[in-house]
Design a protein around this ligand. Structure first.
Ligand SMILES: C[S@@+](CC[C@H](N)C(=O)[O-])C[C@H]1O[C@@H](n2cnc3c(N)ncnc32)[C@H](O)[C@@H]1O
Length: 226
């Protein structure tokens, strides 16, 4: 991958799904657990995402539209599903491998399904189409190959002919290479990775993530079905 010395093992080769699952199994099912102790940024994060969706024409204010169905990948306790996505989507599907995180989510009004599997295992239901797919702070658990395949499955599940979006909101490495974190067995990718991902037949939209100044710089990539 870009930035990795040619003779070095790619960062994503070190990802272990079982180590990642073990880590998250040990984490408390609350906002602080989801955000690694940064629970205080949740409100700012959600409001930044709300503003981002408004730029895509999605929201509840005058001139914006709500959507029929959305998917959240790597949803954790449903912080974003409950704090943002259910405001703008009639129905939500949630994918999250750690069952204890989603224990109360399936009973939540508007949540159509909860799948306790990894995104690398997820397959869209043949009869379901999505207007919006939201992925945040979870894609580093997928290897490069798994991530490409997952995004392709997402694209295939977007509502045809409409304005449908895949949002990727992930922290980025600024060191010029992808970084492996052995605490949770995930990778923080550099922006070039997502640039290369433009080989997808998608339109990539970049927007700043200024709200997390104290965290790793992040940006939001929206992959629009075109
Ligand atoms: C930092 S938390 C973020 C949760 C949520 N996206 C949020 O922002 O509140 C990372 C989440 O990714 C989940 N995760 C770990 N491996 C995953 C995988 N292979 N597929 C999907 N989610 C995964 C974890 O269980 C955890 O809930």
């Amino acid at each position: 991958m870009t930035g990795t010395p040619p003779d070095a093992e790619p960062a994503d080769a070190r990802i272990s799904a079982s180590d990642g699952r073990s880590y998250w199994q040990s984490i408390s099912a609350d906002v602080n657990g989801m955000l690694g102790g940064y629970s205080h940024i949740s409100h700012t994060d959600l409001e930044g995402s709300r503003a981002f969706l408004a730029k895509l024409g999605i929201g509840t204010k005058t001139g914006l539209r709500t959507v029929s169905r959305a998917l959240e990948g790597g949803a954790g306790i449903g912080r974003i599903t409950q704090g943002l996505l259910l405001d703008v989507a009639e129905e939500m599907d949630v994918v999250e491998p750690i069952a204890k995180f989603t224990a109360s989510l399936s009973a939540h009004p508007g949540v159509a399904s909860v799948s306790n599997i990894g995104l690398e295992e997820w397959q869209p239901e043949p009869d379901v189409v999505y207007d919006l797919v939201w992925n945040q702070w979870c894609l580093g658990h997928l290897t490069d190959g798994q991530l490409v395949a997952y995004l392709r499955r997402c694209k295939a599940a977007l509502r045809p002919g409409g304005e449908a979006f895949i949002v990727v909101k992930e922290n980025l490495s600024t060191s010029g290479r992808d970084l492996f974190d052995d605490v949770d067995s995930s990778v923080t990718r550099c922006v070039a990775w997502f640039g290369e991902a433009s080989f997808f037949p998608f339109f990539l939209f970049f927007s700043g993530g200024r709200e997390r100044e104290k965290l790793t710089p992040a940006c939001e990539h929206t992959v629009q079905d075109r």
